[in-house]
Write a protein that binds this ligand. Structure first.
Ligand code: Z5A
Length: 226
């Protein structure tokens, strides 16, 4: 009997970078190839974490400070991992997650100015060994990402806790995500997200392929178009 290997792939980047779009495209390709795929997101992805998501994105926790927000993101992450991600991976599922620990490193650690040792300890406790096999950093100028996100929004939608921040803050985050691709090149791959959706999808598939063991899949590939 072969043991199917689960995989854990995370998508990171600024707002409007195309993470949700590309996760769903990749999930469709992998499912057509016969893989079990779970699409999930942070903050959220489990019952407990979805409850915390609302507290964080509505801005209800903002007045209690960035340290409190960081701990709430970590609590949500821990619940998400233990309730959803770890069990799925143990069953051989490919888990695709829209944001994960690198968002905490960038949003709370870097632009939130929290101390590195505090962030490292929080991350270690929250992820409890569940490191992504691959992290795809969708990179584009913050201004383009904001424009895309605004164009998608309903006319009277209110920007969330993080969307309303200054463009310069979003640009700093872009740089921090790029630093990750330089610091951890084996895990974190930069994807040029200014390109067309089809081109980005292809670049993502090229980055993911080495991780796949298609002998794990239930049936042969039917299509290679992402
Ligand atoms: N956060 C944090 O601070 N700490 C943490 O630990 C975690 C998160 C986990 C969650 O926001 C917020 O929480 C996030 C960071 C913080 N805040 N911000 N900002 P969210 O879940 O509500 O949203 P998001 O993660 O920022 O994603 P998004 O804004 O929804 O964008 P996206 O998923 O990357 O993009 P999209 O929805 O796929 O695409 C946006 C639009 O662009 C859409 O109309 C697409 O059709 C279009 N699009 C997509 N690709 C292309 C290309 N290639 N060309 C042209 N147009 C495109």
């Amino acid at each position: 009997m072969t043991i199917k290997k689960g995989r854990f792939i995370t998508f990171e980047g600024g707002e409007g970078a195309g993470k949700s779009t590309q996760i769903h495209r990749l999930a469709n390709v992998l499912r057509r190839r016969g893989h079990d795929v779970l699409v999930t997101r942070e903050p959220g992805g489990s019952l407990g974490a979805e409850a915390v998501r609302h507290v964080l994105l509505s801005g209800a926790a903002e007045e209690f400070g960035v340290r409190m927000e960081a701990m709430l993101f970590a609590a949500a992450r821990s619940d998400h991992i233990e309730e959803v991600i770890r069990p799925a991976i143990a069953e051989g599922t490919i888990v695709l997650c829209d944001r994960f620990m690198d968002s905490s490193r960038v949003y709370q650690g870097m632009t939130g100015n929290l101390e590195p040792h505090f962030m490292r300890n929080l991350e270690r406790i929250a992820i409890n060994g569940m490191m992504p096999d691959l992290t795809l950093v969708l990179d584009l100028p913050a201004e383009i990402g904001m424009q895309r996100a605004r164009a998608r929004q309903q006319k009277d939608a209110v920007p969330d806790r993080f969307e309303k921040e200054e463009l310069s803050t979003h640009e700093k985050r872009r740089e921090a995500f790029l630093d990750l691709t330089r610091d951890e090149p084996d895990r974190c791959k930069r994807i040029d997200a200014t390109q067309s959706e089809d081109t980005v999808a292809l670049a993502i598939l090229v980055a993911v392929e080495p991780l796949l063991d298609d002998s794990d899949a239930a049936e042969p590939a039917q299509s290679r178009n992402p």
